[in-house]
Every structure is written in structure tokens, then in C-alpha cells.
Design a protein around this ligand. Structure first.
Ligand code: PLP
Ligand code: SF4
Length: 321
């Protein structure tokens, strides 16, 4: 099945997903009427444990009653609204321009800090891409563009090819970065066309994945990623520290070791961004630090992520020490 077909064929209701996982529909913790609907690709559900509502992959996507709580957290924890320049273009950091290249994701992660983001107001049109290219050309201090979202790899290959080609005409641009979870949840997204687009780019293309648990990387995905890495693709991973998903030293150790096996370099472990309706995922910083301190004893330095927090207006990620 092509990745587009897989994207069409995802689980969009809780009963379908639970039936597939052989889990009872009437578990009292399930929240059936969330306005942030579920979205789970079948290939990702394949890596979940059958019959286990505590599966760490399922926990990331299953709406639970705790989401009803309006206590704690805010709608826009990173205050991104303050950084929007033109539609879908944000400058939060020196030298780097961030683009909401697509408003869609293949999966809906319950803890997403953009779960309340007004994507509809930021849908990028051809005209907006033109504004972006002009903006990049005009400002020589911008040497990196970050394609974010939503998920930029929901764009078709021919669209990405045009975008990367156009970016290659800007001579002061040094890095094209893609932030994506799509190839992790639908591995067939790693098409040979996409690989050749990346290899053709004279400006290095860096892909930053989002993987939270070692079970997300199965043997076949590890092999594909390793193959890509061997032809020069550069991969990093950022994870979010999430209660009940990856808040133990053992899971963290396995996560970063498994990333290494797949040729993915450790980048960030994010402190949970304090978004409303997802407070049940929050791990406090003291506990996070304990995990990191223990992790440092177990992993070589090159497999260690930086434990960071995003503080609006800080100008960079802030290390938690
Ligand atoms: C932090 C951040 C980035 C990029 O920051 P780096 O420190 O350069 O990786 C991009 N997008 C979002 C949403 C971020 O929070
Ligand atoms: S894939 Fe990323 S942007 Fe999309 S819902 Fe998950 S965390 Fe949010």
C-alpha cells in the first residue's frame, strides 16, 4: 500500500482502533467525545500491544477522561501566537525561520503542544510559499529553514521537490530542516523519490524525527532508516518526557539505544509543554532530572539527549540542570 493509501486508511474512531487491538470498548477511562479527534495509522497500531490498554504507544493516542479537566496548562504554551509574522511563518530563534508547511498530521498525539493551534488560519497557499522565499532571500541572517507543522511530510513528493529546489536557489541558506513524525508512524512514507529529492539538494537536509518509545522502531523500520543514513541522510530524534509512556530510566535507555541502532542521533528530550487538557502526561522536572542523571550513567555521551524546556521569549531551548 502506498503511504497516501495508508493515510486514507487510518483509524479515525476509538471503537475501530480498540476492536483491532482486542481491547474492551467500555473501559471507564476512555473519553469518547473529544473535539481533538483520534487519528492512528494502522502501521503504527501494528506495533501496539494487543489487549493492553496500558500499551505505551496506545497511551500517546487514546483520549482519556483526564483530558476533560480544565485545570492547569494553557492553550498555547509556547505563546507561538506572538511569533507569527505572516501566515504560517514564525521566527522564534536567531537565523532560523519556522514554517507551518502543512496543517495535517498522520497521527494525533494527545500531548501535542499544538493541539489547540488554529491550523485553519495558517494553511499555506502557493502565494504564502512565495512570501516565504522572498522573506528568506531578503534576510541574509536567515541560514536555516525549519519545515514544521502539522507534518511537512504529508506534502506529496513533487511538492517537496519544488520547495527544496526553490530553497536551493537561496545562496545564504545553509540548512533545510524537516520536523516529522510521519515516517515513524507510516514507514512507507520513506519513498525512493523522497530519498532522491533529499540527496539532490545541495543544501544539507536534516530530518528531526519524533519518537518517544523504543517499541515505535521495529526491525524493518530500523533497517530502512539505516539504509537511508548510509546514503548520507542525517537523522536526529526529539522525544517528549511523558508520564506512563517513557518516564523510566529503562525505557529511556532503550529508546536512545534503539535510535542509535537506526542511525538516528539523540537530540532533545523535551520537558512536557504545559498544554491544556493533557496534564496527565506531565512529569515534574525533579523527576525528569533524576531520570536524566541515571541515564547519563548508562549511556555513552553521544547517545544522550539534552533535557530541555521551551520558555517563551528565552530565545533558545533552555537546558534543565
Ligand atoms: C525549539 C523548536 C525548534 C528549533 O529549535 P532548535 O533548538 O534549533 O532545534 C523548532 N520548532 C519548534 C516548535 C521548537 O519548539
Ligand atoms: S505528529 Fe507532532 S505535530 Fe502532529 S499531533 Fe503529534 S506531536 Fe503534534
Amino acid at each position: 500500500m502506498s503511504w497516501q493509501q495508508e493515510l486514507q486508511n487510518i483509524f479515525k474512531t476509538i471503537p475501530e482502533l480498540l476492536a483491532y487491538l482486542e481491547i474492551s470498548q467500555d473501559h471507564p477511562s476512555i473519553f469518547y467525545d473529544s473535539s481533538f479527534p483520534i487519528k492512528v495509522p494502522r502501521s503504527f497500531a501494528n506495533r501496539m500491544l494487543k489487549g493492553n490498554i496500558d500499551c505505551p504507544l496506545l497511551k500517546q493516542v487514546l483520549p482519556v477522561q483526564s483530558e476533560l479537566s480544565e485545570e492547569g496548562g494553557v492553550y498555547d504554551p509556547l505563546m507561538e501566537d506572538e511569533f507569527i509574522e505572516d501566515r504560517g511563518i514564525l521566527q522564534k530563534f536567531q537565523h532560523r525561520l519556522l514554517v507551518i508547511a502543512s496543517g495535517h498530521c498522520a497521527i494525533h498525539c494527545r500531548y501535542c503542544f499544538r493541539r489547540h493551534f488554529p491550523y485553519d488560519e495558517h494553511r499555506f497557499s502557493t502565494k504564502d510559499w512565495t512570501i516565504l522565499f522572498e522573506r528568506l532571500k531578503a534576510d541574509r541572517s536567515l541560514n536555516e529553514v525549519i519545515l514544521s507543522g502539522g507534518d511537512p511530510l504529508t506534502l506529496p513528493d513533487n511538492r517537496l521537490e519544488t520547495i527544496i529546489h526553490q530553497l536551493n536557489t537561496i545562496d545564504h541558506l545553509e540548512i533545510i530542516r524537516i520536523h516529522s513524525r510521519l515516517p515513524i508512524v507510516i514507514p512507507s512514507r520513506l519513498t525512493s523519490e523522497l530519498q532522491s529529492i533529499i540527496r539532490k539538494s545541495k543544501i544539507p537536509v536534516v530530518i528531526v524525527f519524533h519518537i518517544n518509545h523504543p517499541q515505535e522502531l521495529d526491525a524493518s523500520l530500523i533497517k530502512t532508516l539505516k539504509d537511508w543514513q548510509q546514503v548520507g541522510c542525517v537523522f536526529f530524534n526529539q522525544a517528549v518526557l511523558l508520564k506512563g509512556v517513557n518516564d523510566t530510566v529503562t525505557v529511556q535507555e532503550n529508546l536512545w539505544r534503539t535510535c542509535f541502532k537506526a542511525g538516528i542521533q539523540a537530540y532533545y528530550l523535551h520537558q512536557f509543554d504545559d498544554v491544556k487538557n493533557a496534564q496527565h502526561f506531565k512529569v515534574n522536572k525533579d523527576q525528569g532530572l533524576e531520570i536524566i542523571t541515571e541515564l547519563r550513567k548508562r549511556l555513552p555521551g553521544f547517545m544522550m539527549p539534552s533535557y530541555v524546556q521551551e520558555i517563551p521569549f528565552a530565545g533558545s531551548k533552555v537546558p534543565i540542570v
